[in-house]
Design a binder for this molecule. Sequence first.
Ligand SMILES: Nc1ncnc2c1ncn2[C@@H]1O[C@H](COP(=O)(O)OP(=O)(O)OP(=O)(O)O)[C@@H](O)[C@H]1O
Ligand SMILES: [Mg+2]
Length: 262
Amino acid sequence: MATVFDIAMKHTEPEKDNGAPIVAVEDLRKAFGSNNVLDGINLQVARGETLAVLGRSGTGKSVLLRLIIGLETPDSGSIRIHDQDISGLAMDRMGEIRKKMGFLFQHAALYDSLTVAENVAFPLVHHRRDMSRSERGDRAMQLLAEMGMEGDVDKMPSDISGGMQKRVGLARALALEPEILLLDEPTAGLDPISSGEINDLILKLQRERKMASIVVTHDLHSAKTIANRLALLDQGKVVIEGKFEALQHSDIALVKDFLNQL
Ligand SMILES: Nc1ncnc2c1ncn2[C@@H]1O[C@H](COP(=O)(O)OP(=O)(O)OP(=O)(O)O)[C@@H](O)[C@H]1O
Ligand SMILES: [Mg+2]
């Protein structure tokens, strides 16, 4: 049986001169009541780089993304986007920064009453008033074609598969041409072929668009394939962070257990 060690790493390395990190998280803490979900997290992502955030269920991976997007506020620590701390920013300024971010929620979160094309055009309707209706439609079609979904644009979300819904979610995340891409479990619940297709799309985006990407995943195959670096969360901390080889060579029991999951 193939193991994760047989899976090829296909990601492209970011350019050397990628400069200051686009996203920098420092000593980030967030509790809900007595539940210290994030207890001093440090992470950075540069242009053209994909960081995979791994961890068991409930370790705060989705909370971390929600903090970066600004949907939750940290108790302490900082989240810097292009060297600007986003905590405490006024709503309108945060709105401007959020436009630089594309995100795919854990449960694709498409609008049930809108077609596939309308879902992808939705961020444009709200944020690109300068574009005409037909320009927005063209842009949605182009993004859906990139995702291999050109034959499904008029379908309703309930009439397409889970893998297709994720691809529509990805197209929608790209609508505003973000510099930062945040994906929460893009392959969860998918069969291996559909997961492979999503991984290939993420790799293509990494090659062509050079975004700073954070991908939250349980899927070690996916993480190894697409990510330049991996970070494993446990009990509110980053247990280890580095290239896949660094995880392979780690003596930490939890890291070994995690790699043995397959
Ligand atoms: N709004 C909230 N109010 C209270 N507790 C919350 C809230 N959001 C998250 N939590 C708690 O924070 C912890 C981390 O949740 P989170 O959704 O980030 O986990 P996760 O790592 O994404 O898990 P999974 O892999 O299952 O998606 C959980 O214990 C969860 O119950
Ligand atoms: Mg989650």
